[in-house]
Design a protein around this ligand. Sequence first.
Ligand SMILES: [Zn+2]
Length: 482
Amino acid sequence: MLMGAARRRAVRVTALVAALLLAAGCTTVIRGEAKRVGAVVDPGSAAGLKVTEGASGPRSGVADAQITVENADDGVMDRLASNAVTDVQRYWLEQFPLTFGKPYEPLRRLASWDSGGKNMVLCKSNTAGVENAFFCPSEDLIAWDRGGLLPMLSTNYGPMAVVAVLAHEVGHAVGHRSGVTKLGMPTIIAEQQADCFTGAFFRHVAEGKAEHFEVSTGEGLSKVLGAMFALRDSVGSSYTKRGAHGNAFDRVTAFQFGFGQGPKRCAAMDAKDIDARITEYTFAKQDDTKGNLPVNEQTVKAIVENLQAVHKDTGAAPPEITFGGSCAAAAGAAATYCESSNTVALDMERLAQLGKAPAKQERARAIGDFAAFGEIASRYVLSVQKAVGMKLTGEVAGLRTACMVGNWAGSLLQRPYGGRNPVGTLRISPGDLDEAITQLLTENTGMAADVNGKGVPSGFARVEAFHVGFLDGISACTEDFR
Ligand SMILES: [Zn+2]
């Protein structure tokens, strides 16, 4: 988060919006339906697939795929990757003709390297020390690092995160074969398409149709989405930069589009679609904390002041904030809301821990400041829901809460053009939205929990609800989650 951003820019945006409204001659607020992940967000499903909490990973008792992989050592990682590429390509053999009206050509070459071992040359590049996976169009090759990237992902996010990486690389091949990925187009478009194709394949897995893998639509899918935190661009890059893959928030959105709407949605991704919804921006000049404010009484007071400003129009009386203690309803949580006294109680030690910047590629308890401030906001918005007479218990209340935290985030984003007019002087920094969804995907998150701390089983739905509020504002939250 960034405090004390200049207001000058906001004024200019207001003037622009006013001019546009004048030109259009109307003041109707158009909801961002086209930008939505799916039509209905349901706490018990992932885009219509009922939430399951079964196994996720390689299916037991299924023979490994027999395919040729250059330089493979046939260890666990190579077998995992080979099985993944096989299942993903089987999916495309069936789906590609339905989507693009022509047959799918399997990849000509597959290769494996060890970033910590003997180097080799692939796609005219030396693999020494390269922890990555890639698709090389000129050699029609997909290759992966079995020594660094794959085991890191598998250890931190489970084997299905490895499957996601291979599905992404095959997704690039699909983009090239179909012609939706054009040489020279901004990399972010090709990357969003590949993430979207990955989501489409994962729906097939979630439906139980993949030979070698299964994924539960509850925690299983949450872990795959959570892996985007490790796979995101370095915080503060711009989506217009060559080589941009997107931040975690945008990558998860693309995945969800594919999962919810299938490969045709991915094929429709173009510069216009991307410019309208992408959130990967560079740091503001004055952002000297690099997006991570310390979580202390002083910063929390500023956050609460901003929450008051954002919710002023609701007429709700702001809750009292207490540092220390917790409310009986959700005793033990880092932030709790006491309905009877209209108080938000905060465990500052735990919030400060959660709000620390994470070490690179680490899945630790530290996520970043927005994870902590989002928890606080989630309890704050319960007070607003109470004031307008909404029920504070149950899964729908959990989703509405996530949606309203999304609305708050959307109120603080300074887009280069368009978007909402930011409220106050607090701003979203690069990385904040990634922290928001990472916290949302964490088990026992408060950001999508009801007043008793009871959460929503589908992590997929939690992120979607946040997205609805982020794009469409608070009225969408009260309308969609009643
Ligand atoms: Zn890629």
